[in-house]
Structures are given as structure tokens and as C-alpha cells.
Design a protein around this ligand. Structure first.
Ligand code: UT7
Length: 312
């Protein structure tokens, strides 16, 4: 059973906040942010645009793109650490909004690696022939848990959503291998505190990310029985251009074989990999039978990667 993406979508909030905007309220500057992270601007959702709203926008696009109807969806998995509220889950809210009355629904908490966890979970249900169409969403409204007076974190994040319909695809295409993992002992380096704000030890997360992203990307290439040079496009979690470049170098890939949209969106956590994927499809950078490596890491600490041969 080959399992892959038959439709994708995304939602990007309209409002843009540039580094220059942040200079006005924080002891920071555009030069520092650009050179240390690669970020130039981020999209921030307005108060009346909550997580479920963004998830719905991305989901609707993915379903249309897949050419299916909502009643054909068997399971909805929403990867998020910023749900509208602890319950009902964003997945249940979406099930209602989409009219996906035949779908089971639940949220997944794996921070920035959440979309990878969702896609792999979907693949397992489909391979077991339990379900046929699984809607996977990565969505985050980190702006609502950002401490806007903390320059260590406030400059990094953006809001958004991505979605994919995961389903059977033709022979040779789809997910070739995956790697998921966690290191709970590192949870203290990135978490939400009592005041409901993100707290981060940037250096520790950076060290972990550089090592783990490269390692995990390499693992899926090897597990798929591929050589590194067969990878057509690496789509890393858009956290920091220096972390992304380190994983690219680990695979020995030239710059043009890595997706980088971080300048426009910042770190959108669970939405970041899928958002970059959609952008590269729109740019015409991905064609059928290309080998893609998607890899992410996040709070938990967690990580996840898949190697994928593109196409239905
Ligand atoms: O999805 C996962 C989420 N997390 C991440 O991906 C974060 C991973 N970590 C990182 O990306 C980097 O560690 C940061 C971008 C957060 C920080 O970069 P760094 O090169 O590790 O800087 P640093 O923390 O070592 O700080 C260097 C200096 C410090 O000043 P001193 O102590 O040298 O005087 C910081 O106080 O830069 C200062 N600094 C800033 N200056 C201007 C920290 N944040 C800022 C800022 N603007 N926004």
C-alpha cells in the first residue's frame, strides 16, 4: 500500500509584521533578526481569527485540491499546541464546520514536529486499510502565547495553517520512509509557562535542532534506500536559516535543493513544513516523481521526518 498526499492547502493570515515594526516596541533590530534567523517578516492573525479559522481555510483548499468531498474523510488529525481551547478539539470543530460527518477527529500535540506526526499517523491507518482519506492539518496561532516583550522569542514566530489529504497513491509514489522521535528530558528548553507564554532556551534548542534535523533527514534517506544526491528538494521546518542550512549540508545538497520561505513567514511551528511545500508547488519547484525530504523538530522535544516521492 503506497500512501501519499492527494491534495494540499494552506492559510496565511493577512496582517504582516516586519522586523522594522518590531524595532518600535522591542530592543531589537532588522539586521540582528535577519542575520541570526533569516526572518524579514511574519504574518500575524487578528484577534477574531483563531486557530480553527485558519485550520478551516487550509483544510477547505486541501479537500478541493484532492477532488474529494468532506463526507469521504475518515479521520481528521489537527497538529497544534495553540487550540482555540483545550476542548472540544480543533479537529472536532473542523469536523462540524466542514460537514465531515463520517470522520473521527482528534488533535495531536507535538509542537513544530506535529505535522510530521500527523502525516505518519495517517499513513499507518491507511496502510492498515482502516481508513482511506485522512485530513491532516498543521496549525498554530503562536501569537496568542508569545510574550511580546521578550525579544528572545517574539521575533521568531508567525501564525498560519497547512493541510494535506493523505490517501492511497500509485505504486512507487508517496511516503518511502519515516522517522519520528522525542527527547522528553529536553522539555525544559521550550515550553509554555504558567502565564501562558512561550519560554525558550534558544542556544539549547539550536544545538538540538542542528544535530537532530540532519540526523533525521539522513535516516529517512537511508531507510528509503536512496543516495543523498537523489533528493530533489529538502523541506526543513522553517525555524532558523542557520539550522535549516546545517541540515542541508548534512545531506550535501546545494542551496537550490532546499526550500526556504522563512524570510516571508518566520517560524509558523506546525504549519511551517506544509506551508513551504505549498509555496514550492506554486513556484513550480516540485514535479511528479521528485524525491522530497520533509523534516521538523520542536518543543517536547520532538522530531519527525519523511522521505516522499511526489505524485498521486
Ligand atoms: O520551532 C522551534 C523554535 N525554536 C527555535 O528554533 C530556536 C532555536 N534557536 C535559535 O534560533 C537561536 O538560538 C536564536 C535565534 C533564538 C538566538 O540566536 P543566537 O545566535 O543563539 O543568539 P544568542 O541567544 O546567543 O544571543 C546573542 C546575543 C545576546 O546578547 P549578549 O548576551 O551577547 O549581549 C542576546 O541577548 O543577542 C541578543 N539577542 C538579541 N539582540 C537583538 C537575543 N535576541 C535578540 C534580538 N535582537 N531579538
Amino acid at each position: 500500500m503506497n500512501v501519499g498526499f492527494i491534495g494540499v492547502g494552506r492559510y496565511v493570515p493577512e496582517r504582516v509584521v516586519t522586523n522594522f515594526d518590531l524595532e518600535k516596541t522591542l530592543d531589537t533590530n532588522d539586521e540582528w533578526i535577519r542575520t541570526r534567523t533569516g526572518i524579514e517578516q511574519r504574518h500575524i492573525a487578528d484577534d477574531d481569527v483563531d486557530t480553527s479559522h485558519m485550520a478551516y481555510g487550509a483544510a477547505k483548499q486541501a479537500i478541493e485540491n484532492a477532488g474529494i468531498t468532506p463526507d469521504q474523510i475518515d479521520l481528521i488529525l489537527v497538529a497544534t499546541v495553540t487550540p482555540d481551547r483545550p476542548f472540544p478539539s480543533v479537529a472536532c470543530m473542523l469536523q462540524d464546520q466542514l460537514g465531515a460527518e463520517n470522520a473521527a477527529a482528534m488533535d495531536i500535540s507535538a509542537a513544530c514536529a506535529g505535522f510530521m506526526y500527523g502525516v505518519v499517523t495517517a499513513q499507518q491507518y491507511i496502510k492498515a486499510e482502516t481508513y482511506k482519506h485522512v485530513l491532516v492539518i498543521g496549525v498554530e496561532k503562536l501569537s496568542k502565547i508569545t510574550d511580546w516583550s521578550d525579544r528572545n522569542t517574539a521575533v521568531l514566530f508567525g501564525d498560519g495553517a497547512c493541510a494535506a489529504v493523505v490517501a492511497p497513491v500509485s505504486e512507487g509514489r508517496g511516503i518511502l520512509s519515516f522517522d519520528l522521535g522525542a527527547k522528553g528530558a529536553g522539555g525544559k528548553y521550550l515550553y509554555e509557562n504558567e502565564a501562558k507564554h512561550i519560554v525558550m532556551n534558544g542556544r539549547e534548542v539550536f544545538k538540538f535542532a542542528v544535530r537532530q534535523m540532519g540526523e533525521s533527514a539522513l535516516t529517512v534517506v537511508e531507510k528509503a534506500g536512496l543516495e543523498k544526491e537523489q533528493v530533489d528538494l529538502l523541506i526543513p521546518h522553517q525555524a532558523n536559516i542557520r539550522i535549516m542550512d546545517a541540515s542541508r549540508q548534512r545531506l550535501g545538497l546545494p542551496e537550490e535543493k532546499m526550500s526556504s520561505v522563512i524570510a516571508k513567514y518566520g517560524n509558523t511551528s506546525a504549519a511551517s513544513i506544509g506551508n513551504a511545500l505549498v509555496e514550492e508547488l506554486e513556484n513550480g519547484k516540485i514535479k511528479d516523481d521528485d524525491v522530497l525530504v520533509l523534516v521538523g523538530f520542536g518543543g517536547g522535544l520532538t522530531w519527525g521526518a519523511i522521505a516522499l516521492r511526489w505524485g498521486k
